[in-house]
Design a protein around this ligand. Structure first.
Ligand code: BES
Ligand code: MN
Ligand code: ZN
Length: 498
């Protein structure tokens, strides 16, 4: 099990044991406290000998000389002082964590010559440390390094020394809630589909009621009554019944119109009768990354008691081939009344989302709707794994998402939409078909969703490239990234709290 470091904040003073980390900006010098930790002057010498220049994330690792107050000293580069953003502080925290994972006592002196470290930055640093420590190893019966007795992550007491510990503590209380939300999303994405079916996922979401989130779970029968023929058409090929989970966080004023987040929760996507090739199909356990992000976000918002009214809706189904599965050519009727010709049963995410979006719009009349979905392989071709595709009918909302992305590190890139793409999903037999041909696959998927949002400001985030199979980074070493939680928490914090 992941052993997270326990974070505490205190005033700056020379640490008395364990490992000390000091920060140095590009071209800067070690902070005054360095001379107290090591009176012999070895720190400056080590920086000099190793040609340390303060480059971001560069490290000088020093065994403390006799007479020093600690055992080990790390000098860590911060980079160009004035250009260090919150995401960079997280990355730096992650870097420090990686170097010190097996140290039981760690003190990081967040004081840097020439760079102001505000409480927000200190909290981001701590968040990076915690996120880096996350490890999904619950199914490993032999833990890492058990045999060689080596570098096992220790239960680490981490002290962050800052100018104003009480301010930092307050900001960290929120940032820790967000970190927990991100790790919840990672857990859900990493969990295999035999363990996490729609019913089990719904139960995990239900656990958020402990934080004050109101939960409502719609069963198959209730969805049938509502006429959710598109979602149910996908679900009918699985022996495991679907669920639609509605999560409500009422942190705003009673009269505040809610904002809404909707997630694709395909717990496993075989493709259905339009079955996928075997190679790499195991990745499709992560096809609920959108639902995971929405669930993680609700956790984050509730944990930090966000002053906003927020709806989270996740459509949970399994896409399986089966005697009862839907066929290519089948025509289903969505809750909106619009009919859909299912050309390809592997384009199932949009079928789940269209009913969830319509239900959300009709039931809650939200200020905006943002949906997240591992929707198309094509978005990986277009944008790779560093940015999610952003599609929107509203320039203001799209702009806010872009800014929240740059600030938080969960970045997006806006993609085009328009009538010329929309007509690609017109159908000979029904109101629309669920695929638009080979070209512009991510865009035609977005056009499909747009037909279910009316005039509500709406954005769709295609996170097929960012939610899973993540490249290792400073703040994440796990397969699931938790992408979207930081982004949307930031969006709510910066633009939608009263
Ligand atoms: N879940 C997949 C998309 C996906 C692909 C997610 C790779 C993550 C990694 C989605 O349901 C799907 O199968 N989309 C098809 C759409 C096509 C049939 C129009 C795709 O992208 O090939
Ligand atoms: Mn699919
Ligand atoms: Zn899918």
């Amino acid at each position: 099990m992941t052993v997270l470091p326990t974070i505490s904040f205190s005033k700056i003073s020379a640490p008395k044991k364990g490992t000390a980390v000091i920060l140095v900006a590009k071209g800067g010098k070690a902070p005054a406290i360095a001379a107290e930790i090591d009176p012999s002057g070895n720190i400056a010498r080590a920086m000099d000998v190793s040609k340390f220049k303060g480059k971001s994330k560069s490290v000088v690792d020093i065994v403390a000389p006799a007479g020093a107050s600690v055992d080990r000293i790390l000098v860590v580069g911060v980079g160009e002082g004035d250009s260090v953003k919150e995401g960079d502080w997280s990355a730096l925290g992650g870097t420090v964590r990686a170097k010190t994972a097996s140290d039981k006592n760690l003190t990081v002196i967040l004081d840097c010559d020439g760079v102001e470290i505000a409480p927000d930055a200190a909290a981001a640093f701590a968040q990076g440390m915690v996120l880096r420590a996350y490890d999904f190893d619950k199914y490993k019966t032999k833990k890492k390094d058990d045999e060689d007795g080596g570098d096992k992550p220790a239960a680490q007491k981490t002290t962050l020394m800052v100018d104003s510990p009480s301010d930092c503590k307050k900001v960290w209380a929120s940032a820790e809630g967000v970190a927990r939300g991100i790790m919840l999303a990672r857990d859900l994405v990493n969990e295999p589909a035999n363990i996490l079916g729609p019913v089990e996922f719904a139960a995990r979401a239900e656990a958020l009621s402990a934080l004050g989130v109101e939960i409502e779970i719609l069963t198959e029968k209730e969805m049938k009554k509502l006429g959710m023929g598109a979602l149910l058409g996908v679900a009918q090929g699985s022996v495991r019944p679907p669920r639609l989970v509605v999560m409500k966080w009422n942190g705003g004023k009673a009269k505040d119109q809610p904002v809404a987040f909707i997630g694709k929760g395909v717990v496993f996507d075989t493709g259905g009768i339009s079955i996928k090739p075997a190679g790499g199909m195991e990745d499709m356990k992560g096809d609920m990354g959108g639902a995971a992000a929405v669930t993680g976000l609700m956790h984050a918002l509730a944990a930090r008691k966000a002053k906003a009214n927020v709806i989270g809706i996740i459509g949970l189904v399994e896409n399986m081939p089966d005697g009862n599965a839907q066929r290519p050519g089948d025509i289903v009727t969505s809750m909106s009344g619009q009919t859909i010709e299912v050309i390809n049963t592997d384009a199932e995410g949009r079928l789940v989302l269209c009913d969830a979006l319509w239900y959300c719009k009709e039931t809650f009349k939200p200020k905006f709707m943002i949906n997240l979905a591992t929707l198309t392989g094509a978005i990986l071709i277009a944008l790779g794994q560093n940015r999610a595709g952003l599609f929107s009918n509203d320039d203001e909302l799209a702009g806010q998402l872009y800014e929240a992305g740059e600030a938080s590190g969960d970045r997006v890139w806006r993609m085009p939409m328009g009538p010329e793409y929309d007509k690609m999903i017109d159908s000979k037999f029904a109101d629309m078909k669920n695929v638009g041909g080979r070209h512009a696959g991510s865009i035609t998927a977005a056009q499909f969703l747009k037909r279910y949002v009316g005039d509500v400001p709406w954005s769709h985030l295609d996170i097929a490239g960012t939610a899973m199979a993540s490249p290792a980074s400073d703040t994440n070493q796990s397969w699931g990234s938790g992408y979207g939680v930081r982004l949307l928490d930031r969006l709510v914090a910066d633009y939608y709290e009263s």
